[in-house]
Write a protein that binds this ligand. Sequence first.
Ligand code: ATP
Length: 235
Amino acid sequence: MLRVEGLYSGYGRIEALHGIDIDVREGEIVALIGANGAGKTTLLMTICGNPRASAGRVTLAGEDITGLPTHLIARRGLAHSPEGRRIFPRMSVLENLRMGASIADPRHFKDDLDRVLGLFPRLGERLDQRGGTLSGGEQQMLAIGRALMSRPRLLLLDEPSLGLAPLVVRQIFEIIATINREQGVTVLLVEQNAFHALSLAHRAHVMVTGRIALSGSGAELLNNPEIRAHYLDGG
Ligand code: ATP
């Protein structure tokens, strides 16, 4: 579904990714874990076309999308729920969801809305409420719901658990599993919460300073003593 080969990227003269190779197969959940500043967010953003890759290649379902503008990449079936959620705080929940649907066929709007509200009934109860007045967990639901309104084949999720209470974190991870299992959406997930991410993911990669340091199945990495020491046991 997604293949990233020899990807380099950064901000001006600062290089943040130094040759990344990963792939995500159809139907998988793949997690990226790693410390702050390792380059996880930059990798998701470079896949979406901003910043642009300085070298390497990104292919989505066999098509080269490297260097395409972000809106054209979205039209190819890739949706991004960014770090910090970035919902539109002054718009209502329904208007936020409409924004997500803007690149989809309008004939599907009602079905897509029903599907998203089925996943997030709480959003259905708050359709007229402004996005900015929702709780943190509800805003995260809205960000994921908005991304799903474009009918993506691949969903990129950046830190969906950030700043949320443990109970809400568990709900969000359950919903990600449902989106993948029942709706067939392939997921590439960036997470600080390594335990939840590795428990959920089929496969995972550990990023260290702009490189992939280790890869394996979620279960393998959960049981890896080095990973446990660095990312799981509070180390
Ligand atoms: P976090 O979980 O904190 O977001 P991360 O693994 O996602 O960490 P990135 O945010 O991708 O890491 O950062 C990778 C590197 O790029 C870091 O050294 C960071 O300081 C740098 N960086 C990130 N954003 C910018 C920016 N807008 N301008 C310049 N440098 C940046």
